[in-house]
Design a protein around this ligand. Structure first.
Ligand SMILES: NC(=O)c1ccc[n+]([C@@H]2O[C@H](COP(=O)([O-])OP(=O)(O)OC[C@H]3O[C@@H](n4cnc5c(N)ncnc54)[C@H](OP(=O)(O)O)[C@@H]3O)[C@@H](O)[C@H]2O)c1
Length: 360
């Protein structure tokens, strides 16, 4: 089958396209999925470059990183084993099942929940791994996963559109849950043109929150089309006065952040007393300047968000089926042009997400 195989940590040259890779065989309760499309994510880029390593202090660039160490190069802090097929955001059709799996799944169109759990202890965050990181994922014509991880979906969207959702929207919904975002809350979203950021805008709107989106000036119109109360340029140096002009108050109840980096102290200073900060990424840099006085004197609550508990994926499928959120498909590439697809993803001239389609 076609597959893009990661052979080690480093640059794009570590991703090798094959058209004769062995097709996986579904075991026990696995299903075999014919992949229609698979969305791109930064976790693939970060794992390839070992960005997660504590030895790295840099923003995500997509290049090999001098300080990074493959020994703690994955999201969970463990080494990755190679060769590895990455790719978490699969939309496709079940074409075969293992001996203990439900045969009625064959022929069904499914999305994959990337958070692999110990189903005997599903709330234990320590007993999780990620599809396309600790096991092979969806940058291939076929992939296999436990039947517990697949969710049939009934809607008119294409596979490419469906492949824009999983990782970004589960992450965003988990962030909003962790920060207990409710109707009427003001929420400042960073990286709002990206996968998670655009998901945050849509999902916070869905909760009737008042959303202020931060993004690059060239993407402001597209982000505005998602319906936030206001859009601010990402490099403003006076967030509080911009907030005052945009929404009539100079602080927000919640900051939902995937950017971090040098402008991070400004974000924290824009949170109202008793407000919440939730974070799932640090694309502009993981090491930030943190004035503890702002944190404790304002009674702030901080939550990190990575492993989503059971139930979040089911909610996401429902929102899609009910048309409460819409896909932002920026571009589709054949799997055979994976380098071009990931380079476009890294270049960040797009809004939403980019997907690859095997077999084309
Ligand atoms: N914890 C988790 O489970 C989880 C899951 C998904 C993603 N993440 C992390 O969250 C981050 C965002 O992911 P994503 O999928 O949304 O990424 P994305 O689609 O690449 O979007 C990131 C956005 O951040 C903005 N940005 C990029 N570099 C920036 C910089 N130096 N300064 C300010 N803004 C910058 C860009 O928007 P503008 O050009 O409009 O500014 C870009 O669209 C990544 O670090 C990713 O690894 C974590």
């Amino acid at each position: 089958m076609q597959a893009v195989v990661l052979t080690g940590h480093g640059g794009l040259d570590k991703l090798v396209f094959h058209d004769d890779w062995p097709t996986p065989v579904p075991e026990v309760d696995d299903v075999l999925i014919h992949v229609g499309a698979c969305g791109l994510n930064n976790t693939d880029v970060n794992t390839r470059s070992a960005w997660y390593s504590k030895g790295n202090m840099e923003a995500t660039t997509g290049d090999a990183l001098a300080g990074a160490d493959g020994q703690d190069g994955t999201w969970g802090g463990s080494p990755v084993s190679f060769p590895r097929i990455q790719g978490a955001d699969v939309a496709g059709i079940v074409v075969a099942v293992g001996p203990q799996a439900d045969v009625t799944l064959i022929g069904q169109r499914v999305l994959v929940d990337g958070w692999l759990r110990d189903w005997g202890d599903p709330m234990n965050l320590d007993k999780t791994s990620y599809f396309g990181s600790e096991c092979d994922g969806g940058y291939a014509e076929y992939t296999k996963v436990s039947q517990r991880q697949v969710h049939p979906i009934d809607c008119a969207l294409s596979d490419a559109e469906l492949a824009t959702f999983a990782c970004s929207y589960v992450t965003a919904e988990n962030m909003l849950n962790r920060a207990q975002v409710a109707a009427g809350d003001t929420v400042l979203v960073t990286g709002a043109s990206g996968g998670v950021g655009s998901a945050l805008v849509q999902l916070a709107n869905r909760r009737d929150a008042v959303v202020v989106a931060l993004c690059g000036a060239d993407k402001a119109k597209a982000v505005n089309d998602l319906g936030p109360a206001a859009v601010l340029e990402r490099n403003v140096t006076d967030i509080r006065s911009r907030l005052k002009a945009a929404i009539g108050r100079d602080t927000v109840d919640v900051v939902a952040d995937v950017v971090g980096g040098a402008r991070w102290p400004q974000l924290i200073d824009a949170i109202a007393r008793g407000g919440r900060y939730t974070c799932a990424g640090a694309i502009a840099g993981p090491v930030v300047e943190f004035d503890l006085r702002t944190f404790y004197l304002r009674d702030l609550i901080f939550t990190g968000a990575t492993v989503a508990p059971p139930g979040v994926f089911e909610d996401l499928v429902r929102y899609i089926e009910q048309g409460e959120i819409r896909p932002l498909l920026a571009a589709t590439f054949p799997l055979s042009q994976f380098h071009a697809a990931q380079q476009a993803f890294i270049d960040k001239h797009h809004v939403g997400n980019i997907v690859v389609c095997p077999g084309t």
